[in-house]
Design a protein around this ligand. Structure first.
Ligand code: CP
Length: 325
């Protein structure tokens, strides 16, 4: 059964980051994702919750998981979905973001899912449209639905997350995933450790973040989850290291480090896409406690929960007036 929205849990128009969610809202979204996931085992995987609504996927940056899972999530809620392919859109002719948004708004979309390489674009869009806006990853800023699917996956693995530990490894400085996952983990009562090259640790990091400068010491801290960030080869991160082999040797999950993780029963996570041989050795991908495929599957349930919860400010008429005579 899909749970009714708790009348005390007021709905929001947009989801732009994890920071603005209360712990109760976070827990509510995770609790809502659970029955949506149960739906996936049925022959008919759809519910009518968003029937008659239109979801627009507006991805200015490449994506496989986030874009596909938002599309599947919206369809499983019975919404209509349009994917605007930026490479084939008038953006390449110089149309501004604002004009693109106004054009799409004229078509009366109810939800806009926005990914952009610049931080703040989804917030800008949200100010200029009555549609509910979901940040699908903006620059180095935030990737809130990634954090939801990750904490949902962690809950599935161990139950209550209070007192559990997550170690995040990699490019902490440039990672929107790290920012959102660490914030969500902290709000849910987890301890958060990070291990990164000194050049990729931010100065203004939150106090709760425990910083390790040695991978061995980080694993000796005995995290429940080792969360490997993707080395963003398309961004500047690759220039912070002499070579990818060196990155792997110092910051990757090598065979030896993986042995420690598996001996201690640690769960391994990664947001994808994986750079094999860089963040991890191939063996990790077939390890029983590697949660990477589960994270992808849970992305649909978590995004269904978000679409279900948000409240667009688009005009809502009573049913009978809504119907075309
Ligand atoms: N994790 C993630 O955002 O993957 P995509 O870039 O494939 O959407």
């Amino acid at each position: 059964m899909i749970q009714e929205l708790d009348p005390r849990m007021s709905r929001r128009k947009d989801l732009l980051d994890i920071e603005s969610l209360t712990r109760d809202e976070l827990l509510f979204l995770l609790d809502t994702a659970r029955p949506f996931k149960e739906l996936f085992t049925r022959s008919v995987k759809k519910v009518p919750a968003l029937r008659g609504k239109t979801v627009l996927n507006l991805f200015f940056e490449p994506s496989t998981r986030t874009r596909a899972s938002f599309e599947i999530a919206a369809k499983r809620l019975s919404a209509d979905v349009t994917n605007l392919s930026i490479a084939q859109s008038s953006v390449v002719k110089g149309e501004s973001i604002l004009d693109t948004i106004e054009t799409m708004q004229s078509m009366k979309v109810d939800y806009m899912v926005v990914r952009h390489s610049a931080s703040g674009v989804p917030a800008f869009v949200a100010k200029h449209t009555p549609a509910a806006v979901i940040n699908a990853g903006d620059g180095h800023h935030a990737h809130p639905t990634q954090a939801l699917l990750d904490t949902f996956t962690m809950q599935e693995a161990v139950g209550d997350l209070r007192g559990r530990k997550v170690l995040i490894v990699g490019d902490i400085l440039h990672s929107r995933v790290c920012r959102s996952v660490s914030t969500a983990a902290h709000k849910l009562g987890m301890e958060v450790g990070v291990f990164a090259p000194a050049t990729l640790i931010p100065n203004g990091r939150p106090d709760y973040m425990k910083v390790f400068t040695d991978f061995g010491a980080a694993l000796a801290w005995q995290p429940d989850f080792v969360y490997l960030l993707r080395l963003q080869l398309e961004r500047q991160a690759a220039h912070f290291f002499p070579s990818l082999r060196e990155y792997h040797n110092i910051f990757g999950l090598t065979r030896e480090r993986f042995q420690i993780c598996s001996d201690q029963g640690m769960y391994i996570m990664h947001p994808g896409p994986v750079n094999r041989g860089v963040e991890l050795v191939d063996e990790v991908l077939t390890y029983a406690r590697c949660l990477i495929n589960q994270q992808v599957e849970n992305g649909i349930a978590a995004r269904m929960a978000v679409l279900y919860w948000l409240q667009p400010a688009t005009t809502v008429l009573p049913m009978e007036e809504d119907a075309i005579a």
